[in-house]
Structures are given as structure tokens and as C-alpha cells.
Design a protein around this ligand. Structure first.
Ligand SMILES: [Zn+2]
Ligand SMILES: [Zn+2]
Length: 401
């Protein structure tokens, strides 16, 4: 147990969920299937994580067009409505592509995810919840005027905008999905009150191709974008060393009122769309690190979102169940057996065996940056590039902090 995990709850923890959220599904054969969410919630449920009296399940409803318009263009919102009701393809707005095919409930399902994230943000901001989790959220590629990368509306961006309008002075967003958090970065590029930090596989090898260390924020907000672009093939020890060498320092320096994190689990070695080599244990360690950071640097105000993750049976349910465990102060021991009820469900639905333990058997150990820079190591060079580009703009010394 870490000190932060021993802290008593300062209030209930909110978990946004409604079976209606399963409507966000791009259809047969598309990687973004809602089975990933269904299996996650069922696994967390079967492990008893929702039974504690301080865990509140919230069905937040559907965001209004006016709320979506805090980030998205009205013409784009109208195009999503037309796609949903009449099946109108609109390539200019990214609707009807192979990444973002049209589906009947497209508008409502996407707006429901946004409302879940806005509800999480406001519950934490208003002190109604210590932490909040929306594993259906983290749709970080959606742009103000276009769908992109399986994302229709940018729930994280709309939620952060709602926080600012509710009075938050500074919000930090940390995104550990395998892909660059380009949509959130774009929305707040010139916004000095929002720090966006993205840790991802290099854009030279992976969609969307952005997120290079020299992207550090617009002229009105220098230093408010931090990008850590890691080499393909990076595993637990390198990924955790890199996160630890950059994220706590920049978040502390920014001193946010709220920490928002995106936990795309497509960094896993089994993910079919990316080339990183993380384990469930490494992803769990990152969730713990970010939880501690929220307590230390943001008064405990923490909103955790899902994101990508396309190993539907073997990775997503376990990774996000650990996230829910960390956020609800009931961390799941990695040695825990996966409940038989859940394994039966997998067998019945997928005709195959699911994982039997909540671990991949790794120890998630890494050597901290203070152990010394190794110029022959690709991960260390990537860390160095980010620290050199971003740290001075935040008043940090790239060689010391
Ligand atoms: Zn991703
Ligand atoms: Zn906590």
C-alpha cells in the first residue's frame, strides 16, 4: 500500500455507467466495440468493486447541443445529427469514414459519453465526489469540427471547458493512451489555464502522427502542451521510467485545481493496433502513480477516463477494473483470480477462454530518472527531448527536476 492509498475517503467516488452507454458501437468488425465496456463493468461488478457504500454509480444522461457547442462547431453537431437520423455521410466532418462509420444512435450515444464526463468533472469540482471514473470516456481524437480516430465528440475537452466555466483556474490533463491526445491538445492549444500532457507511441509510427516534443502550446499559452513520444516496442520499465521522469514534475509545476487522466490501454503488448509492449501490471502502476499525483498536486480532485484499447477480452476489462479499483480506494491485488462467473461469460460469448488472473505476472518495476541518463537508450533520449523542450517553459530545469 502506498501512502495515498491508505488515505481515508474524503467523499464518495463516482463511477459513471448506464447500459445505454453500450450504444456507442461502430458495428461488426470495427475495433471500437462496446463489448469492451460491457466486459469491464461486469468484471468490476463480479469482483465486488461497486458494493462499497462510498461507491456511487451514476447515469448522467445525454449532453445537450448547447453543452457540446462549448467545444464543437454547430455545423459539425448538425452533421452528426444528420448522420444519426438519416445516415448522411459527411466526409468533410469525418463522418462515414472507415475509422468513423455512421451508426444509428451516433449522436445520442456520443453525447451520453460527454455528459458522463461533464457529470464526473462537476461532481469532483463541487465536492460531491472525491474522485470520478468514466471508462466510456477519453475520446481524445475528436476535433471541434470533425470526428476522428473512433471519436465523435471530445468528452474530455467538453468536461474541461465545463470545469473552467464552473470556476476552476487551472486543469491538468494527462493522457497515457498509445495514441497522441491530439483533439484535447488542439482545443486547449492557446488556453493558459489548461495543461495537456500526452505520453504515446511516436507519431512517426502511429496515428495520428502528431505529438512531437516540440509541440509545447500556442503563443498565448507557451508550455501548456507536453508531449512524450516513445519508441515503438517500449515496455513497462521504459514507459514507467519515462512517465515518472516527466509527468509528476510538470503537473506539480502547473499546480492544477483538478487532475484529469485518460487511461487508454492500447499500450498493451496484445493490442492489435499499436506497437508498445506494456502489461496489465504496468498499466495498473501508472493508474496508481496518477492517483498519488492527484492527491499530492490537485487536492485529491481526480477524474479518470477510459480511451483506446482493442484487446477486448484479454486487456481492456482487467486494465480498467484495476483503474476502478485504484480510484475507489479498493486496489485489486494483481494475484486475484478472475471470477468464474466472468470467465463463463467470456466462454459463452466469445467461445474462448478469458484470462484467469488479474495480473500478467510482471512486477512493474523501473529505475527512476535520477539513476542517470543513458544516451544509448531510445527511451532515455525521448525523455530528454521532452524535458528539454517543455521543462524550461514551466520554470523547471531539464537537468535537475
Ligand atoms: Zn489509442
Ligand atoms: Zn484517492
Amino acid at each position: 500500500m502506498t501512502p495515498a492509498e491508505e488515505q481515508p475517503l474524503t467523499g464518495p467516488v463516482r463511477v459513471v455507467w448506464s447500459p445505454d452507454m453500450l450504444a456507442y458501437d461502430f458495428g461488426q468488425g470495427h475495433p471500437m466495440t462496446s463489448a469492451r465496456l460491457d466486459l469491464t463493468i461486469r468484471l468490476a461488478q463480479d469482483l465486488g468493486l461497486f458494493d462499497a457504500p462510498d461507491v456511487v454509480m451514476a447515469d448522467a444522461g445525454v449532453a445537450t447541443d448547447d453543452l457540446l457547442a462549448r467545444v464543437h462547431d454547430r455545423a459539425y453537431i448538425a452533421a452528426v445529427h444528420r448522420a444519426a437520423t438519416d445516415g448522411v455521410v459527411d466526409l468533410e466532418h469525418g463522418l462515414g469514414t472507415s475509422d468513423d462509420p455512421i451508426f444509428p444512435d451516433m449522436h445520442e450515444a456520443s453525447a451520453r459519453i460527454v455528459q458522463g464526463t461533464v457529470d464526473s468533472m462537476l461532481a469532483v469540482w463541487e465536492g460531491r465526489a472525491a474522485h470520478a471514473v468514466n471508462v466510456t470516456g477519453g475520446l481524445h481524437h475528436a476535433m471541434p469540427a470533425a470526428a476522428s480516430g473512433f471519436c465523435v465528440y471530445n468528452d474530455a475537452a467538453v468536461g474541461i471547458r465545463a470545469l473552467l466555466e464552473a470556476g476552476a483556474q487551472r486543469v491538468a490533463y494527462v493522457d497515457v493512451d498509445a495514441h497522441h491526445g491530439d483533439g484535447v491538445q488542439a482545443v486547449f492549444w492557446d488556453e493558459p489555464r489548461v495543461l495537456t500532457v500526452s505520453v504515446h507511441e511516436t507519431g512517426h509510427a502511429l496515428f495520428p502522427g502528431t505529438g512531437h516534443p516540440r509541440e509545447t502550446g500556442g503563443d498565448d499559452a507557451p508550455g501548456t502542451a507536453v508531449n512524450l513520444a516513445l519508441p515503438s516496442g517500449t515496455g513497462d520499465a521504459g514507459w514507467l521510467r519515462a512517465i515518472d521522469a516527466v509527468v509528476p514534475a510538470v503537473v506539480r509545476a502547473f499546480a492544477p485545481d483538478v487532475l484529469v487522466t485518460q487511461h487508454g490501454c492500447d499500450t498493451h503488448v496484445l493490442d492489435p493496433l499499436t506497437h508498445l509492449r506494456m502489461s496489465i501490471d504496468g498499466q495498473r502502476a501508472a493508474a496508481q502513480l496518477l492517483h498519488r499525483l492527484a492527491h499530492e498536486a490537485a487536492g485529491g480532485r481526480w477524474v479518470a477516463l477510459g480511451g483506446g484499447g482493442y484487446a477486448v477480452v484479454d486487456v481492456v476489462p482487467r486494465s480498467w477494473t484495476h483503474l476502478i479499483g485504484v480510484a475507489t480506494h479498493q486496489p485489486v491485488d494483481p494475484a486475484t483470480a478472475v471470477p468464474e462467473t466472468w470467465r463463463d461469460l467470456v466462454q459463452e460469448r466469445f467461445g474462448r477462454q478469458g484470462p484467469d488472473r488479474m495480473t500478467d505476472g510482471r512486477d512493474a518495476r523501473f529505475s527512476p530518472w535520477t539513476s542517470g541518463y543513458d544516451p544509448s537508450d531510445d527511451v532515455d533520449r525521448a525523455v530528454r527531448a521532452t524535458r528539454s523542450a517543455a521543462f524550461p517553459l514551466l520554470g523547471l530545469d531539464p537537468d535537475l527536476d
